[in-house]
Ligand binder design. Structure first.
Ligand code: GSH
Length: 244
C-alpha cells in the first residue's frame, strides 16, 4: 500500500467517545483495550490492518510516526483544547492512568517501581516475546539458533516475573499499568514456547487477572478482525518483515 491510500474508518464508535484508539488485535493493542475497559472510558476503535500495510498511510503516520499500533487521539483532553495524540503503548498507559487518576500508585516510591516494571515490559518482555513469535511462527526459514535464543530469553523473563510475584498479588502493590502491560504477552505464552504452570507465582497472577471482566472484554475487542494466516501470507510477510 502506498502512503495516503487509506481512509481510516472508525468502528465500535460511541458518540460520547473520549478516546480514539488506533488498533489491531495484537498484544500491544490489547494493553490499551484492557486499560480502557478497566477505566470504563467510552472509546472508539479505528482498526489499522498491519498485515496489509495500513500502518503506512499518511493519516496513521501523522498519529504514529513509528508506523506501529497502538496509538491514541484524546478526543476530550483535560488541559486546553489542543489535540493530544500519542504512540508507544507504555506512554499511552501512563497518560491514561494520569488523566483518569487510576491504576498508578500515588506514593512516589511505588509509582517509580510501577514505571520500572512498565519499562521492563516495553523494553524486555514485549520485544523478546515478539522475536519468539517471529522465529517460532512467522519466519519463512526455521532457524534453530534464533528459536532457542528467544525461547530461552522468554523463559528467563518469565522467571524474573515469577520471583517478583512470590508472596504478592500484583507486580507492585495494587493492580496497576505494570500488570496490564505484561498480561497480553503472558496471554500469548504458547507462541513463546512457555507454560505458566512452570512458574507457580506467575501462574496465580495470570489466572487472577484473566478472571477480571475488563481483561476478558479488552482481549475480545475486535477479535474478529484478527486473521493469523495473514501474518504468514506472502503479502503479510512482505509488509511486516520485508521490503515493501
Ligand atoms: N514499542 C511499541 C511496539 C508496538 C508494536 O510492535 N506494534 C506491532 C503490533 S503488536 C505493530 O504495529 N506491528 C506492525 C509493523 O511492525 O509493521 C509499543 O509498545 O507500542
Amino acid at each position: 500500500m502506498m502512503p495516503g491510500d487509506l481512509k481510516l474508518r472508525a468502528i465500535l464508535s460511541s458518540p460520547a467517545s473520549e478516546i480514539e484508539l488506533f488498533y489491531w488485535p495484537t498484544p500491544n493493542g490489547f494493553k490499551i483495550t484492557i486499560m480502557l475497559e478497566e477505566l470504563a472510558v467510552p472509546y472508539r476503535i479505528t482498526p489499522i490492518d498491519i498485515t496489509t500495510g495500513e500502518q503506512y498511510s499518511d493519516e496513521f503516520t501523522s498519529v504514529s510516526p513509528n508506523n506501529k499500533i497502538p496509538a491514541i487521539k484524546d478526543l476530550s483532553p483535560r488541559h486546553g483544547n489542543d489535540e493530544v495524540t500519542l504512540f508507544e503503548s507504555g506512554a499511552i498507559l501512563l497518560y491514561l492512568a494520569e488523566k483518569y487518576g487510576k491504576l498508578l500508585p500515588e506514593d512516589a516510591t511505588s509509582r517509580s517501581q510501577c514505571l520500572q516494571w512498565l519499562f521492563w515490559q516495553v523494553g524486555g518482555l514485549g520485544p523478546m516475546g515478539g522475536q519468539a513469535h517471529h522465529f517460532r511462527l512467522y519466519a519463512e526459514e526455521e532457524i534453530d539458533y534464533a528459536i532457542d535464543r528467544y525461547t530461552l530469553e522468554c523463559h528467563r523473563l518469565y522467571g524474573v516475573m515469577d520471583r517478583q510475584l512470590q508472596g504478592q498479588e500484583f507486580l507492585v502493590g495494587e493492580y496497576s499499568i505494570a500488570d496490564i502491560a505484561c498480561l497480553p504477552w503472558i496471554y500469548r505464552h504458547e507462541r513463546q514456547g512457555q507454560k505458566p504452570e512452570d512458574f507457580p507465582h506467575l501462574q496465580g497472577w495470570y489466572q487472577n487477572l484473566m478472571s477480571r471482566k475488563a481483561v476478558a472484554a479488552g482481549l475480545a475487542v475486535a477479535a474478529e478482525l484478527r486473521n493469523d494466516a495473514a501474518f504468514t501470507s506472502e503479502k503479510g510477510r512482505s509488509v511486516l518483515f520485508g521490503k515493501e
